[in-house]
Write a new protein. Structure first.
Length: 134
């Protein structure tokens, strides 16, 4: 049983490495694969990730949410490439529909997330059974 488990783990590691390095391995194995599969594997393009500079230039910054000083300054330990794409798109959509500023759109998005999770805008739970004081 232990042999089967270890053999399975070795096979899974090999499959993971092949998938991870498929762009580098594709030129070597392309002559042996069907042309449709080669075309499908070679058309893979990673999603674009916008940097903090791109998002700041697009208006996703304000005096209370300063992207440049918090994420682009010297000694910043920020490891992300930029803000969450889905969140930025939602804020951009709210700004266009509601015709509001960046900070107001962030507040609207935040209140929607709170409401979806059963929390009032002031932070108290909306559940009647919740104990808020003793």
């Amino acid at each position: 049983m232990l042999f089967h488990l270890s053999a399975l783990s070795v096979i899974l590691v090999i499959v993971f490495l092949i998938i991870y390095f498929r762009r580098k391995l594709l030129p070597f194995v392309a002559p042996y694969l069907p042309s449709q599969l080669v075309a499908r594997l070679s058309n893979y393009v990673p999603l674009e990730s916008y940097s903090f500079r791109d998002q700041a230039a697009a208006g996703m910054t304000s005096s209370s949410f300063d992207l440049e000083s918090n994420n682009l300054g010297e000694g910043s330990a920020e490891g992300r490439m930029g803000l969450d794409e889905a969140g930025v798109e939602e804020v951009r959509r709210i700004m266009a529909i509601e015709r509001c500023t960046f900070d107001q759109a962030r507040l609207i998005r935040h209140n929607r997330i709170l409401a979806k999770n059963g929390i009032a805008p002031d932070g108290t739970p909306l559940d009647r059974k919740a104990i808020t004081r003793l």
